[in-house]
Ligand binder design. Structure first.
Ligand SMILES: [Mn+2]
Length: 348
């Protein structure tokens, strides 16, 4: 496959004269101004960004992509940030494991409900992880060393996590729980970048978990587990067959894993939760997921989220919504799921 840099270079050469013309028209077109334009374009070219998700899949995408592309900056963001078009995105950006933005130069994703409706460079495929899509796209033998790690990323990102694992996280699942822990997002970002570098030279999970910076977080994950379980119990109620958790106004909520709710509320078919949004105080995040250990619910959560500007897969999805309408939207979802299940049961 053609590397991103080559594609971008040819594109930039094509667009440069037009940009210069526009600039000249605006500023009067002095030679010196022309030079400024050139300098700016050169600087932009150097600044190749990878915009990827904050989770293990996003980190794995970064490990793979930075091996085969010249990336200068890695940005870790939530899907809501892309959804809300809050970010300035250019052709020098690669987006992975996040919603589609047609301004990007390259795009990789695997979310069923997010299939781009425009042409783009990169690859979209309904797959267990976005990292798998990246791997398939490059067909690069150098990336083969990541295969065992990819298997685990596939398994975790598609929710194939065992009940025992949820109660006692270890291995790759434990690592996947270390990415969102710090008070400040920038601290988590620095840690993610550290893990990206680490993954490029080490793929043995026991050795990864033994690296001091990872070890510290992994131990913290296990400590937080108890606190999270208690808060989850306190802030969750069953509404029909849905476990509804409301974490708005809960302070000191440690990051816990998304599957624990099914362990504590085994009767739930689906879980819906409201969380404060980390990257914008006027918004909250609503996520929903089917009980991975329970009866298979056929309602497509990703499709359901589209109505609220979100997305996802059949079994799990989310949306970022303005604070004021979040509760109403969450209740609408809960009702929809219950109604769907009732109809399913009556049909049998
Ligand atoms: Mn993913």
């Amino acid at each position: 496959m053609a590397s991103f840099k080559k594609i971008i270079k040819s594109k930039s050469l094509k667009t440069a004269p037009t940009q210069q013309k526009a600039y000249q028209a605006k500023k009067g077109g002095f030679i010196i101004k022309n030079k400024q334009v050139k300098v700016k374009l050169k600087k932009d070219l150097k600044n190749m960004r990878l915009i990827t998700h904050t989770d293990l899949d996003g980190v794995m995408c970064a490990a793979l992509i930075t091996c085969v592309e010249q990336i200068d900056v890695i940005k870790f963001v939530d899907p809501g940030t892309i959804q809300a078009k809050k970010m300035h995105i250019t052709k020098e950006d690669i987006i992975a494991d996040l919603p589609f933005d047609s301004r990007a130069g390259m795009y990789f994703d695997h979310h069923e409900a997010g299939k781009p409706d425009k042409e783009f460079v990169g690859k979209f495929e309904v797959a267990p992880s976005a990292a798998r899509v990246v791997y398939d796209y490059y067909e690069n033998p150098y990336l083969e060393k990541f295969l065992p790690a990819l298997e685990e990323t596939d398994r975790i990102d598609s929710g194939r996590v065992k009940r025992e694992e949820v109660r006692e996280p270890k291995g790759w699942f434990l690592l996947s729980n270390t990415f969102e822990m710090a008070e400040e997002k920038s601290e988590d970002d620095a840690y993610r970048k550290f893990v990206v570098k680490l993954l490029r030279r080490e793929q043995d999970i026991e050795k990864i978990l033994d690296v001091e910076r990872v070890k510290e977080r992994a131990e913290q994950v296990l400590d937080n587990f108890e606190v999270f379980s208690r808060m989850l119990k306190e802030n969750t109620k069953m509404i029909g067959k849905v476990a509804f958790s409301d974490f708005r106004g809960v302070s000191g909520l440690p990051k816990g894993n998304n599957f624990l709710v099914y362990s504590l509320f085994p009767q739930a078919i689906t879980s819906v939760r409201i969380m404060p949004e980390r990257e914008g105080k006027d918004f909250v995040k609503i996520s929903a997921g089917h009980n991975i250990y329970g009866k298979k619910c056929e309602l497509n959560v990703g499709e359901m989220m589209k109505k609220y500007g979100g997305g996802g897969h059949r079994a799990v999805g989310g949306a970022s919504l303005p604070k004021e309408i979040a509760e109403e939207a969450a209740m609408e979802m809960v009702a929809k799921i219950n109604k769907f299940e009732e109809a399913e049961e009556n049909g049998k």
